[in-house]
Design a protein around this ligand. Sequence first.
Ligand code: FES
Length: 116
Amino acid sequence: MAEWVKLGPADAVPLGQAKVFQAGGCRLAVARTASGFHAIEDTCTHDGGPLGEGELDGELIECPRHGARFDMRTGTAVVLPAILPVQAFPVRETNGELFVELPDSTGAKTKEKGTR
Ligand code: FES
């Protein structure tokens, strides 16, 4: 069963930028685009690059390591060298706070190791 996990204030993620959050033991890249807030796994499927530290270009985020691009809305890899998608998670804003919906036993590859 999925659960909504509070991330923090929505204004911590300005329009056109991405930030990294920890939620449910996972590292998430959360971006605010023209279409709203989106969350994906923070770890690039090519070689583990930190996607939340990448540049946001419209709905796409570019991995800072080798330039793969992912669609923030779906997690789809749209530019090589990444081929496989990252997991995307629903995000909602309620009373100025951001929440992400995580599966109960999230299989996100960004799950932290050695904590909790
Ligand atoms: S690690 Fe992301 S493109 Fe290589």
